[in-house]
Design a protein around this ligand. Sequence first.
Ligand code: NDP
Ligand code: MG
Length: 383
Amino acid sequence: MKRIAILGSTGSIGTQALDVIKAHPESFELEVITAHSNAGLLVQQALEFKPNAVVIVREDLYEQVREALQGEDIKVYAGSKALCSVVEMGTVDMVLTAMVGYAGLLPTIRTIKAGKQIALANKETLVVAGQLITDLAKEHGVNIYPVDSEHSAIFQCLAGEFHNPIEKIILTASGGPFRGYKAAELEKVTKAQALKHPNWDMGAKITIDSASLMNKGLEVIEAKWLFGLRNEQIDVVVHPQSIIHSLVQFEDGSIKAQLGLPDMKLPIQYALGYPQRLKSDFPRFSFLDYPQLTFEQPDLETFRNLQLAYEAMAKGGNMPCILNAANEVAVSAFLRDEVSFLGMSDMIESCLAKVAYIANPSYEDYVSTDGEARALAMECKCK
Ligand code: NDP
Ligand code: MG
């Protein structure tokens, strides 16, 4: 029986993780759930699953949650500091980091320091501070199990192969709703178009990242840290059907792939249940429904965000942290119609050029870099 804390239980990954936990009462017990502002759903989940504790990050919503859970044997906390404390509870074995963005960094650090295992969906944390997080995890003997479908695919291909060196990995990308578009067409795309992903139903931020290919850029950096790879060992191929979730090539030239219908419940369940493969009733893939699986090169000239991510990874240090912060500001500005689709790349590029480079950042350096990049990105947006 694994006792689970879900940071971000009200989101796309969080709610699907609850479905997985509900389907396997023999394997999982829900200890903690947290939300940022969706107090209504958090309360509903708490009443259904009866966790030990809930956290609502927005402190102004504390009374609402506390009142709704009065009479229940459930502790209620509020604020971002509480997020960091609940992961340390003695009754928690594994933390699923399913919150979005940079806000995941500190709770992830505290989870590792408390020696709890991690199922990691919050890729931004590894993008911002991959070196720091992986060093810390090693020091505390904490395993980080990938939830992202591509990384889960690679992890599944590596089962039984952990002593065999990897020659390279190939991350697949759907290409998003604007695959094949050129800059002139991208100029005019709307928020509504960008929010319609052809294959996956996800939170707003990652959906925009998928449309701009920034998601693939973040995943390249995520893969580097999860699997200890050199930059040149990570390839990306566009595979519009999203059936092959990613591939590993070994030193003898053999390539292993993991396949399935695009459904995040499988990678979530694999991360939570590892090393066991738990029985599921998820829809099964059939080759006959997909007579053609196709592959193309990503268009780095048009989708500049992927190129910017490669460059940030190559420079290393605090560059990926700058990339992430500028992107978070750019995406929320795009979602408020304050910047155009292509304007997002301009904001990111400008921040990467202007924020001071730090080769070996400390935690404090990441915090100040994130703040500086956000402030600068806001300025770029206002122009
Ligand atoms: P959602 O936007 O659907 O959910 C985000 C969750 O995080 C919600 O529970 C939200 O609470 C909470 N949250 C938001 N901001 C904060 C904050 N500042 N502090 C604490 N909690 C916060 O996101 P997704 O589920 O789509 O994505 C979550 C993570 O998983 C991201 O890092 C994403 O890249 C990654 N991921 C997602 C995939 C997917 O299919 N969705 C696939 C692969 C990776 P509230 O609801 O109250 O706002
Ligand atoms: Mg992914």
